[in-house]
Design a protein around this ligand. Sequence first.
Ligand SMILES: Nc1ncnc2c1ncn2[C@@H]1O[C@H](COP(=O)(O)OP(=O)(O)OP(=O)(O)O)[C@@H](O)[C@H]1O
Length: 284
Amino acid sequence: MSSLELRGVSVRYGRFTAVRGVDLAVPDGSVTGLVGGSGSGKSTLGKAVVGLAPLTAGRITVDGVDLPRRPGRGPVQLVFQNPYASLDPRLGIGATIAEALPRRKTADPARARDLRVAAGETTGAAAGTTRWTRAERAAEVARYLDLVGIDPARAAQTPDALSGGQRQRVALARALAARPGVLIADEITSALDVSVQGAVLNLLRRLQRELGFALLFISHDLAVIRYLCDQVVVLDGGRVVEAGPAVAVMARPAHEITRTLLSCVPALPVTATRPPTAVPDQEA
Ligand SMILES: Nc1ncnc2c1ncn2[C@@H]1O[C@H](COP(=O)(O)OP(=O)(O)OP(=O)(O)O)[C@@H](O)[C@H]1O
């Protein structure tokens, strides 16, 4: 299992500083919510972690090891907001997942999370790893489709045959197929129909608990953060303005932006066990 740590992270786009000196931790097996208004720098921070936005200052580590500054297979995977844009429309969903699998398989699950093996960075035959056979690769793809509630018989279908919720399930499966120790979910339900948002959130919560990855959950919706997260970090103008246990921050918000975001949340019990848009975790 893995922990993500950001120390003094800043990101600049040209002259504009979108993120300033952010410290943030996602401890092993836990869920940290990153919340803030539009333009506060949430997506920029998520992208910086996976090498999709330039890091101008600071350190980003997983289990104390600096992350590679380029996107691809790696110990941190990001699921984007819009599954209509993030999946290759020409590729079967099974092939999309197969592309994300580590290049070589390992019999040892602990070793499968080794940063270099997971990143496919080993050249030649790393000790304890072997090539996938075609049948093994197909079985692994079927396993990931099944894990996210998509019938593996649909592996040859392209994304246009799927609903938005089903596409986001495939995007989740693709991210998990890379065996990340840390998953970043960036507003993963906001492009979806309200009727399926709860099912996707339920699925994410179940997978996080079953697989035990650390989750950085990005949202502007504090009701969803309260449902999913142990810790919450509030961003405003690219800076952290408040952080702490999710229940405590929401019970006693110290910063004005947190109070504003909270004012948009319908009254819910603090210990809500169902997502705000609750529906069963079924294929949707
Ligand atoms: N590639 C880019 N080039 C220049 N500026 C950018 C770029 N991407 C984002 N920004 C700017 O950086 C700031 C933070 O954007 P970001 O998308 O990270 O915010 P956000 O909190 O995710 O907002 P939202 O919830 O609306 O997606 C915004 O002012 C945005 O306009």
